[in-house]
Design a protein around this ligand. Structure first.
Ligand code: PLP
Length: 286
């Protein structure tokens, strides 16, 4: 495998960053993960627009011009012969003697790009099975709309899910409001067939897959409401599912051990997943 690290393509095994990279020491950086399906980068434009926003919210510059970064992503994918998989990119504020404040001397942001193959049959099987979700108290900072590499609460939440025999954890506010998953956006389908997901405010990451699913829903005359919903409402819903570049649309079959509907993946989540792959390939930005 080949990775891109600060201007060079290197063997994945030799891909290293400096010990004083601010991402390594302070989690002072941002990232993106894009899905690659049948050779297409899905929603690249949306991911790079969000990267631009994350960088500017943290007053960081682009490590390369946007068009050059696109080329690097494509080149890493090509060199790794990925037709189905993921491309990961990470930008940190750069290498500088450790200090919490920004470097006083200008430093070039550091860039790492990697790509890996995944087996689409494995994710299809996961989607057919559906996932079990647990809930955990929201303990993250208020700016989770920025896609930073500071992911410790998400790491602990996901591990709590794994320890409980589940696959994802949903962060929940003290009033019972479901925010989102450790690495996914959370959705339910209400009894009257309306898709419900948390509003895209500072409380969640504005998922690129979430936005695509909204477009698909509109095309299929499915109603979407961006509003708060509680764990109780989710457990009583007709369906529940999660979205992300990695999981696309994956049905949720239980929440905290309580089965959703009959405990099998819902039909709306299934058809959204199918429609996603169909439109992703038609997208001119791929
Ligand atoms: N929410 C969180 C906390 C995430 O980390 C992610 C993806 O990594 C998502 C939602 C889904 O976002 P996207 O659809 O852009 O992958």
């Amino acid at each position: 495998r080949i990775a891109y690290v600060n201007g060079r393509y290197v063997r994945h095994a030799d891909a290293v960053v400096h010990v004083e990279d601010r991402g390594y020491q302070l989690a002072d950086g941002v990232y993106e993960v894009c899905e690659i399906a049948r050779g297409f980068i899905i929603d690249m434009k949306g991911h790079l627009d969000r990267l631009d926003r994350s960088l500017s919210e943290l007053r960081m510059g682009w490590p390369l011009e946007r068009s050059a970064l696109e080329l690097v992503m494509r080149e890493v994918i090509r060199r790794n012969h990925v037709r189905n998989g993921l491309v990961y990119l990470q930008v940190t504020r750069g290498v500088s003697p450790r200090d919490h404040a920004f470097p006083t001397k200008p430093v070039r942001p550091a860039l790492v790009v990697t790509a890996k193959r995944t087996d689409p049959r494995v994710s299809a099987r996961k989607a057919e099975k559906g996932m079990a979700v647990i809930t955990v108290p929201e303990n993250r900072w208020e700016r989770v709309d920025i896609k930073t590499i500071g992911l410790l609460p998400n790491v602990l939440a996901r591990q709590a899910a794994v320890d409980a025999g589940a696959q994802e954890a949903w962060f929940v506010d003290p009033d019972g409001t479901v925010k989102e998953g450790a690495s996914t956006n959370a959705w339910i389908v209400s009894k009257d067939g309306v898709l419900v997901t948390h509003p895209a405010d500072f409380g969640i990451l504005r998922g690129i897959t979430r936005a695509t699913v909204m477009r698909i829903a509109a095309e299929h005359d499915l109603k979407v409401e961006e509003r708060h919903f509680t764990v109780e409402e989710a457990q009583a819903a007709r369906e529940a599912f999660v979205t992300s570049a990695t999981s696309v649309v994956t049905p949720v079959i239980s929440i905290d051990g309580k089965a959703i509907a009959n405990g099998h993946p819902g039909s709306i989540a299934r058809s959204l997943r199918e429609a996603f792959f169909a439109i992703a390939e038609k997208s001119p930005t791929c």
